[in-house]
Design a protein. Structure first.
Ligand code: BYC
Length: 314
């Protein structure tokens, strides 16, 4: 049971900016919230390999293929750091994975949209990785040490992901009329889903207050979304891309860009499993998991025998 004195001590450590490590005492609710959020983040990285992985064989040049391969492999690595970090909280990796494959655990809504042309790959790098950097730079200061350190490393790789996307998009936006049309069309389709990645408005976010009290999140969903919009307006303008929002307007009073209403009905429908690609994504991940069962069995058996041999030798 969490006693009031332990809770007070814990809150004091958080308020002093201390990092919580796996063997430290923590409220059960803090542990549960971290497992929920960190495993959801891990699943997102793994499912997030699918929309871009779909284009590796059709990349327009050897250079683009190598860059995309490296990026997709990085996303797998992010998933692995995050699963390992979640295991420090006593969670079982198999249970976590099976909870999103066959249960109710979530992954980011953004990966339930299709990648229709190569311009989508440019835009995922620029917008989706760009949004992830804003979110994860904040999470790199999270109060839970293993999560903060995982995010620090992830952000370094994400910044390469964003740059390669922005560079490709700038080239397309400066290319033939057909390339310009493809670039703009991809931005038009990905803009609103990217804004949804930050989660519901603060007033509709049941977890934010608690996560902020414990410094798991240090900024709210709306604060991060606004920061992202402010940056993207400048970056879009620099390469001659328009953002598909007639209500985007600089607000002299706040010093930020105001933007239009986010289609929240679409967001909740995607989160509940009814997005354009939810079923396809789950089918692909379940098949990969089931086809890989023999590899996991062989690895476990190898580890068991190695331990036995080492035990006999010592
Ligand atoms: N999608 O109370 P709220 C990447 C859920 S991958 C789906 O605000 P919280 C990349 C939320 O879970 C990196 N569900 O929640 C990979 C909650 O439901 P539950 C992706 C969402 O936790 C490959 C409910 O709505 N990044 O970069 O305070 C290629 C209420 O929300 C979403 C992460 O995973 C959503 N977008 O804040 C390219 C970041 N938003 O769980 C790139 C880590 C909300 O209570 N996660 N929900 O049933 C976070 O930062 C936070 O968990 C969120 C939500 C901001 C997402």
């Amino acid at each position: 049971m969490d006693t009031q004195q332990q809770l007070d001590e814990f809150q004091k450590r958080i308020d002093n900016g201390e990092t919580i490590e796996p063997k430290d005492w923590m409220p059960e609710r803090y542990r549960k919230q971290l497992i929920r959020m960190m495993s959801q983040h891990a699943h997102s990285e793994i499912v997030g390999m699918l929309p871009e992985g779909n284009w590796i064989t059709r990349a327009p040049s050897l250079k683009r293929k190598m860059v995309l391969l490296a990026k997709v492999q990085d996303e797998a690595g992010h998933g692995l750091y995050l699963y390992s970090a979640t295991e420090t909280l006593g969670a079982e990796r198999r249970e976590l994975v099976e909870d999103y494959l066959y249960g109710n655990a979530k992954y980011s809504s953004i990966f339930n949209y299709p990648t229709l042309t190569y311009a989508d790959i440019c835009v995922i790098g620029w917008l989706v990785d760009g949004a992830a950097i804003v979110n994860q730079t904040m999470l790199a200061k999270s109060s839970y040490g293993p999560y903060a350190r995982a995010n620090l490393r992830i952000c370094k790789e994400e910044s390469f992901h964003k740059k390669q996307g922005y560079e490709m998009l700038a080239k397309m936006a400066d290319g033939t009329p057909e390339q310009q049309r493809m670039a703009q069309d991809a931005v038009n389709r990905w803009w609103w889903p990217t804004l949804m990645m930050f989660g519901p408005h603060d007033s509709d976010s049941p977890n934010s207050a608690e996560l902020i009290k414990w410094a798991v999140k240090t900024k709210t969903n709306d604060e991060l979304r606004q920061h992202f919009v402010d940056r993207m307006v400048m970056e879009a303008e620099a390469i001659g891309i328009s953002l598909p929002d007639p209500n985007l307007k600089y607000n002299e009073e706040t010093g930020h860009w105001d933007f239009g209403d986010i289609p929240w009905d679409e967001f909740w429908s995607v989160v509940k499993g009814d997005g354009p690609m939810n079923r396809e994504r789950m089918r692909a991940r379940r098949k990969a998991y089931e086809d890989g069962e023999w590899v996991r069995e062989a690895a476990m058996e190898y580890a068991r025998k190695k331990k036995l041999r080492e035990g006999k030798a010592s």
